[in-house]
Design a protein. Structure first.
Length: 255
């Protein structure tokens, strides 16, 4: 009997050790989203806060963090300026290249962050109001104003530390409907379906897996419209358009 008690005690210790290890690996699991609705035949619906709503860019779905609490990361920052000045950001407000703002792929919109240039020690407090950068190896896109404050305009890309320090209220006039507006990158419209199919195939081979052909009736004339994709913000669509312009110079954005 004593032997069984010893074995049982050892088993309990092993299980407790295993639980402790799991908590150390991931004490705050991210990207867990509940899906309200019936599990028996009913269509499940998802209700997301506009600040953390998942979005898709070039076939990749991004799941913003539910909370920025404790966020602290080191990586590389780029900046964007006049090409996007005056255009709508992911929050629905107008991008001001001179303001102290930034674009981030997964931080909740409205997060206030402290960004430190690890190459010269300068720091700035910025508000995340856009999505990006969608370039491998970069974790944040600074506004021109932020890049000037951090001393990175001339260098372009710098190593930074990003620390979340709070949130700011949503800009006045921002609504769920505005956040849900979609931007379509249109490559061309063809009366001949085979021409549209050829361009569509080229887009798919280039990685635009969500490109499609839309059939429209324009004043009695049937056209086959080829779109590279649909995006949640103007910023995302502009980034895709800038890449497409080399191969498809007549591409443009519609809403």
């Amino acid at each position: 009997m004593r032997r069984y008690n010893l074995v049982f005690a050892l088993l309990i210790l092993v299980l407790m050790s295993g639980c402790s290890t799991m908590n150390k690996i991931n004490p705050f699991p991210q990207h867990v989203y509940s899906t309200p609705g019936s599990s028996k035949g009913g269509k499940a619906t998802r209700a997301y806060d506009p600040k953390t709503k998942p979005y898709k860019v070039m076939g990749v779905t991004y799941y913003p963090l539910k909370s920025a609490h404790g966020y602290d990361e080191i990586g590389y920052a780029s900046w964007y300026g006049s090409d996007f000045h005056g255009k709508r950001t992911a929050t629905g407000e107008t991008y001001n290249m001179h303001a102290l703002t930034a674009a981030h792929k997964t931080l909740p919109l409205g997060t206030r962050v402290k960004v430190t240039n690890l190459e010269n020690g300068r720091s700035a407090y910025l508000v995340v109001n856009d999505r990006g950068p969608f370039v491998r190896g970069r974790i944040i896109d600074l506004s021109y104003g932020a890049a000037r404050k951090l001393g990175s305009v001339d260098k372009g890309i710098i190593k930074v530390r990003i620390t979340a320090v709070g949130t700011v209220p949503a800009p006045s006039g921002t609504t769920v409907a505005a956040a849900a507006e979609k931007y379509h990158v249109r490559v061309g419209a063809y009366s001949n379906y085979s021409n549209a199919a050829r361009v569509h195939q080229q887009l798919k081979q280039a990685g635009y897996v969500h490109s499609h052909i839309k059939r429209v009736n324009r004043n009695g004339r049937i056209l086959h419209v080829v779109q590279a994709g649909t995006y949640a913000s103007r910023y995302q669509a502009d980034r895709v358009l800038s890449k497409l312009k080399k191969s498809f110079p007549s591409s443009y954005i519609t809403t």
